[in-house]
Ligand binder design. Structure first.
Ligand code: GLN
Length: 455
């Protein structure tokens, strides 16, 4: 009822691309029956959840926000989806996203943008704007997102929700349609830190179907969230990343809430120190080479033969002509831009100059993280430099859009976990601000502990 009330129509939030009312209601009834018998399958049995439309779902379309996959219904569930079902969570439907997760505003969806529930003329962040907006608009209590360069955390920040990018490999990517395999990570989008922890514990853990899945267990994030909620951070060293808190481009209202959150951490007993990560200056440039390289290769499989859209030109077209016409009609501008960029950077003669250099920068970023984590248990920054901008404002300026990912991208390049928690509203526009906490790989518990202390 809530979804039909707020999601549809000209001024609707448009968080969902597909709603499975029947399936969700049947799953909820089954959960009620289990509850009556005292046989719940998990702590979240019966709690409905929305899933970003980049994860495969049996019987529900999976479009990745693209026309090229319109009408495709996958024959298998992503591991995360299978685990949600096995734990008794009714799946409400699939949420809107920038096409193939490329974007920071959800305006690059082929099915129209999602609106920010806080101000309907504003973007909900991206690429997972649908999942964040669904939670912020009380259409779903929980959602699943994916984060390649910030697509869980930045939408979380601008919609006042909690978003977590776990350690690379902590949650299976099986059934996640890949944008950039070495950066992609599935994670929770929720209203509270404890909800995210319960969700991560449910969907995380080793999966033999994902070769990059971590086999050893990580410390309990639920225990960490509970510990953090007690409000005691005595002995925790918090490092403020100089490169992500000084210089130009940081909205004053964002910095004011950030400084306030630091004070709260200090009050909770944490020690605040300054750390420097000089290579972060080049993270954006490295990301916007590595990501398109991987994406251009991944998207080659959409050849009009195997899945979704097929456009057949008149006459007696060759297979190549069918592919060209289908890809031309099926992919949007941002996807085409990145395919061209990635193909160029990977071509012989340019490979070392671009892809090779970007990989070297990636190593430097990993080293900066390692050095910073010698000085602090967690690192912090604002999640995004600004609050939600107006729909359309940055659509014609890809570079301006990319700059919004400044603070989230380094952790994807290094594979380390990060959380964005609400830090209040900016004075100048009354819109939500996010506070980001990062920790070393496999120390996801630390981001939950510090995040929960801020609630
Ligand atoms: N905004 C970033 C991009 O456009 C990140 C996207 C993501 O994390 N999926 O690539």
């Amino acid at each position: 009822d809530r979804i039909s009330e707020v999601d549809t129509g000209d001024n609707g939030v448009h968080a969902f691309l597909h709603v499975d009312a029947e399936g969700a209601i049947a799953a909820a009834a089954a959960s009620d029956a289990r509850r009556a018998k005292g046989e719940l399958l998990s702590p979240l049995d019966g709690v409905p959840i929305a899933v970003k439309d980049v994860l495969t779902t049996i019987g529900q379309p999976t479009t990745c926000g693209s026309k090229i996959l319109e009408g495709w219904v996958p024959p298998y569930d992503a591991t995360v989806v299978a685990r949600l079902k096995a734990a008794g969570l009714p799946i409400l439907g699939k949420t809107n996203m920038d096409e193939f997760a490329m974007g920071s505003s959800t305006e690059h969806s082929a099915y129209g943008p999602t609106r920010n529930p806080w101000a309907l003329d504003r973007i909900p962040g991206g690429s997972g704007g649908g999942s964040a907006a669904a939670v912020a608009a009380f259409e779903a209590p929980l959602a699943i997102g994916t984060d390649t360069g910030g697509s869980i955390r930045q939408p979380g920040a601008v919609t006042g929700t909690v978003g977590v990018k776990p350690t690379y490999g902590a949650i299976s990517r099986y059934g996640l349609v890949a944008m950039a395999n070495s950066l992609d990570q599935v994670g929770p989008v929720t209203r509270t830190v404890l909800d995210s922890a319960l969700l991560q514990e449910l969907i995380g853990g080793h999966d033999p179907l994902d070769s990059t899945s971590i086999s050893e267990p990580i410390p309990s994030v639920v225990d960490a969230a509970r510990l953090g909620a007690s409000g005691d951070l005595t002995g925790v060293k918090v490092g403020v990343i100089q490169e992500l808190t000084t210089g130009e481009g940081w909205q004053p209202g964002v910095m004011a809430r950030f400084d306030e959150s630091l004070e709260l951490l200090r009050d909770a007993g944490a020690e605040i120190v300054e750390v420097s990560c000089p290579s972060f200056e080049h993270a954006l440039a490295a990301y916007y080479l590595i990501m398109p390289c991987e994406a251009s290769s991944n998207l080659a499989k959409f050849d009009a033969m195997r899945y979704g859209l097929r456009v057949t030109p008149d006459g007696d077209p060759s297979a190549e002509e069918v592919m060209r016409a289908s890809r031309d009609a099926g992919f949007g501008d941002e996807v085409k831009r990145r395919i061209i960029l990635g193909t160029y950077a990977l071509s012989s003669g340019y490979y070392d100059a671009y892809y090779g250099q970007a990989q070297k920068v990636r190593t430097l970023i990993q080293r900066d993280f390692a050095a910073a984590f010698e000085q602090a248990d967690v690192l912090v920054s604002p999640t995004a430099p600004t609050t939600a901008w107006k729909l359309g404002e940055k659509l014609d300026d890809p570079l301006a859009m990319y700059k919004g990912d400044l603070a989230t991208i380094p952790s994807n390049l290094a594979g380390v976990p990060g959380i964005s928690v609400p830090a209040g509203l900016a004075d100048e526009d009354g819109l939500p601000v996010g506070f980001q906490v990062l920790a070393p790989a496999k120390a996801d518990d630390r981001v939950y502990r510090v995040g929960a202390a801020l609630e």
